[in-house]
Every structure is written in structure tokens, then in C-alpha cells.
Design a protein. Structure first.
Length: 488
């Protein structure tokens, strides 16, 4: 009995009769779109796997579909599973992936391969693969530069560059070793529509070339490559866009998309036993942060909201945290998280003592993942170098930094200026001198509260869907002000 046969016998007890019937229908739909339905092992199918609870269920589902075809035809398609890794995914995510692969008997199966993408590097998955230092440094720079240009707006700071990196990983995995025929997605029709609208919107904003419709997915990737080039040129400067910021679009084959949402549209509680008992999926305290279960960045998003309240708004850290928690728990409800997970997350921030403990852990995670200390995160909130030092004076005043404003202005405008001062500023901000000067020359992105703007970064910020408008007290101004809060 081969790996697939063992897996089928083990997994079926975790599926309801309705789920089994749905899987049968899905397998026949997939069979109808495979380019070689007569010799099934001539077909290669790609599935992206983030390592979270929903994508773990997706892997189990597609693996079961693979087994169904094996049972019926004595042959099946090759399944390629690819994980895009970044600095905010800790080792517990890799361990979860490893347990899922073991439960589904993917290792040593000739019909399956599992990959991990670190920036431009693609390798066979192993839970103990170390992340290249260059990738970790790139992630750190992306967080810093996006954070300064967007004044620490949560999603723009942590998600913009990460989303483009994820698209690139699709291209890399779809091209690897001769390419793939089909890419499986579990996005809902609404998510697909929103994603396409996001891509078209970005293409218009950054005047990216229109996709060649005859090229399908590779044409879509080519358009987003144009977006990525222009976006990072705005963030870093035109001469600082690296290959790591580009998107692979020259594919060996042009794959079709196959959607399994209609068969797998269940909230996590419906397959809790499969996740917890069969695949031994575990919710890590840092990686399960609000509406994510494979990324610690939402923990940092909450932390920065608390720091913003404590510093710029002259209130308290706990007040800022509670604002973010109210917002993020609402996102969890929108995403149909099981009630027990929502309650667990609320309990983490239930009182001032709990918030203080979470603050310490968030600070440790920021240091471990991005080598950023609290002083540097606070500097990102003020973004004192944007637009020729628009926020420089208030940063120096509120943070009681014993540096002369005019001396900073002088050194920003003179590359051969005071090297010792630049070293001090680099320590306070985490930015290199070149990055500080890029911010100095650049406009700061403005939110929807600032009205319409032709600036592409401002429009990216304004059209992000995961945000809310709230009223908060500003202790510095002694007034109530309107702010935008975003996150995930």
C-alpha cells in the first residue's frame, strides 16, 4: 500500500459524508481541466501553503483529491506545494508545516514535492532550513522604509512589500523545474474580485504596462512586476530597486487557475478535529496573532498602535492597544474564527497586567524578527525625515532627543556632512544614511483623511480595505481627533 492509500484510509474518518461527496465532485471538476486527463502523472498542480490554519486545511483537501484520482484511475497528478517564508514567520510555523506533511504522508511520495521560497531562493522544504541573512535584512529594510514613508500605518508597514513578495513566490514556484499546469486557489469569489481589482488599481496608479491577455497568468505577473518596480522605486529610489523586489513572470508554462472555494467554504470550527487531532496543528502564541495563524506581524501592529498612543498622542500604551484589539477582534469575527479563538485573543489583552506582558513579548519579537528596538519603532511613528523633516521638530521635542534640529537639516542636505551625527541618527531610526536621505527627498503618504491625492503611495494607503476610522483623544493637542486604524 503506497503513501496515498495509507493517507486516504487515515483521513476519511475526519471528513463528514457531505465533505466526502463534495470532494468527489471537486476531483471530477479538476480532472476535466487537467491538460492530460489520460496520463494523469503528466500533469503538475501547484498549491501555495502559508502554514496557517486555513491553508493547512487546503493542503489536506487537495491531497485527498489527489488520492481520490489515484483510487479511481491507478494514477494521479503531481502535487507541488510551495511556502513563501519571511522574517515574521518563526520556527513554530515550519514545525506546523512539517507535522501536516507527515500526517498527509507527503514526504517520500513520488507524486508530491514540497518547496520553500526565501526571497529568490527556492529549495526543498525542511523544517530546519535556516533563513538566509540577506532575506532577513531585506525584510527589515522593507519594514523600515515602508514604515517611515507611511508613518507606521500597520498594513502598509508590514504587508505591502510582503504581498508583492508572495506574488513573486508564485511566479518562482510556477516556473521551477519545468513549470506547472494548474494553480489551485481557495479564495472566495469576493476575494478573487478584490484581488484583481487591487492589481488593476495598482497598475493604473503606477502606470504599469497592461498585461498581454494571451499570456494569462504570466501576463498578470508581468503587470505586477511593473507595479513592483515602480512601487519600490518610489520607496527606495530608482537606483535602489533590487532583483529581490522584482516579480518572476517568464514562466516555463502558462498555468490555469482552479478554484476549490465552493467545496471548502467552511469556517475553521467545522474541521477542528482534522487540524488538531490528525494534522496536529498547533496555535503558537506569537504566530496566532488576531486574524492570522502563520505570522507574528499583527502582534507588532498592535504594539505600534500602543506606542503611537503613548508617544505621539501623549496618552497611554494600554489605550492604544485596546483600540487595536477592538478593531482586530472585529476582523476575526468577519473571518468566521471559532469563538474559542476569539475569546483566547481577547484574554491576552484583558487588563493592564496582560497588556504589559504582551508589550514585553512584542518588543522581543520585533528584535528577533527584524532587529528593531523600541526607539526605532517609535521613530517610525514620527517619520521625522519625510518631506524635508516635516515631523522632525516634534520628534526631537516629544522624545527629548538632545540633537540640534538645524544640524540634522544640514547633514541631510550634505552627504559629506557630520558623520558622527549620521551614526547617531542611524542608531535612533535603524535607517542607513541613504535611506534617511531618500525619505528626506520624498513625500509622506497621506491617508483618506487628508483628501484625494495624485501621489501613488497616498492612494495605495487610501484604498486599503482593512481599516477603520476612529475618534481618539490627543493628549498633546488636548483635543479629540479622527484617525485611521488598519491591521489584520
Amino acid at each position: 500500500m503506497n503513501n496515498l492509500s495509507f493517507m486516504m484510509r487515515e483521513i476519511e474518518s475526519y471528513f463528514s459524508t457531505a465533505t466526502l461527496d463534495s470532494a468527489q465532485r471537486c476531483s471530477q471538476r479538476l480532472l476535466a481541466v487537467l491538460p492530460d486527463p489520460h496520463q494523469l502523472d503528466n500533469n503538475r498542480v501547484l498549491l501555495a501553503y502559508g502554514g496557517g490554519k486555513d491553508s493547512s486545511y487546503m493542503v489536506a483537501w487537495v491531497r485527498y483529491i489527489q488520492g481520490l484520482l489515484w483510487q479511481q484511475y491507478g494514477n494521479t497528478f503531481h502535487l507541488r506545494i510551495s511556502t513563501n517564508r519571511h522574517a515574521a514567520m518563526n520556527h513554530s510555523v515550519m514545525e506546523n508545516i512539517d507535522r501536516v506533511y507527515r500526517a498527509l504522508r507527503i514526504y517520500d511520495d513520488p507524486f508530491a514535492e514540497c518547496l520553500v521560497t526565501d526571497g529568490l531562493l527556492i529549495r526543498t522544504f525542511s523544517p530546519d532550513l535556516s533563513m538566509p541573512d540577506a532575506v532577513r535584512q531585506q525584510n527589515r529594510s522593507d519594514v523600515l522604509m515602508n514604515g517611515h514613508r507611511f508613518r507606521a500605518d500597520a498594513r502598509s508597514t508590514f504587508c505591502n512589500a510582503c504581498n508583492l513578495s508572495m506574488v513573486n513566490s508564485f511566479g518562482l514556484a510556477a516556473h521551477y523545474a519545468g513549470g506547472v499546469d494548474v494553480i489551485i486557489t481557495g479564495d472566495s469569489p469576493q476575494e478573487q474580485t478584490a484581488y484583481l481589482a487591487w492589481a488593476r488599481h495598482l497598475a493604473r496608479l503606477f502606470n504599469a504596462p497592461a498585461p498581454d491577455k494571451s499570456r494569462g497568468f504570466s501576463g498578470f505577473l508581468q503587470t505586477l512586476d511593473g507595479v513592483a518596480q515602480r512601487y519600490f522605486a518610489d520607496i527606495y529610489g530608482e537606483d535602489q530597486v533590487t532583483d529581490a523586489h522584482r516579480i518572476m513572470h517568464q514562466l516555463a508554462r502558462d498555468p490555469l487557475f482552479f478554484n476549490i472555494y465552493q467545496e471548502t467554504a467552511y469556517e475553521a470550527g467545522a474541521h477542528w478535529s482534522l487540524l488538531n487531532d490528525f494534522m496536529r496543528f498547533r496555535f503558537d502564541e506569537l504566530m496566532f496573532s488576531f486574524s492570522e495563524s502563520d505570522c507574528g506581524n499583527p502582534t507588532l501592529m498592535a504594539h505600534i498602535r500602543g506606542l503611537r498612543a503613548e508617544t505621539l498622542l501623549q496618552r497611554s500604551y494600554a489605550e492604544g492597544i485596546r483600540e487595536y484589539v477592538r478593531f482586530a477582534l472585529g476582523l476575526m469575527r468577519q473571518k468566521d474564527f471559532p469563538p474559542q479563538l476569539i475569546e483566547e485573543m481577547a484574554a491576552r489583552y484583558q487588563d493592564d497586567a496582560a497588556i504589559a506582558r504582551r508589550r514585553e513579548r512584542a518588543a522581543d519579537f520585533a528584535q528577533q524578527a527584524f532587529d528593531l528596538n523600541e526607539t526605532q519603532l517609535i521613530c517610525m511613528i514620527y517619520a521625522p525625515f519625510n518631506e524635508g523633516g516635516k515631523q522632525l521638530a516634534i520628534w526631537l521635542e516629544q522624545q527629548r532627543i538632545a540633537l540640534e534640529e538645524q544640524a540634522i537639516r544640514d547633514v541631510m542636505n550634505d552627504p559629506s556632512g557630520d558623520a558622527a551625527l549620521m551614526r547617531q541618527l542611524a542608531a535612533l531610526s535603524g535607517l542607513t544614511p541613504e535611506q534617511m536621505r531618500q525619505c528626506w527627498r520624498s513625500r509622506q503618504a497621506s491617508s483618506l483623511l487628508a483628501g484625494k491625492s495624485a501621489d501613488p503611495l497616498s492612494r495605495v494607503l487610501r484604498f486599503d480595505p482593512h481599516k477603520a476610522v476612529i475618534q481618539v483623544n490627543n493628549g498633546y493637542l488636548r483635543d479629540t481627533v479622527t484617525e485611521v486604524i488598519s491591521g489584520r
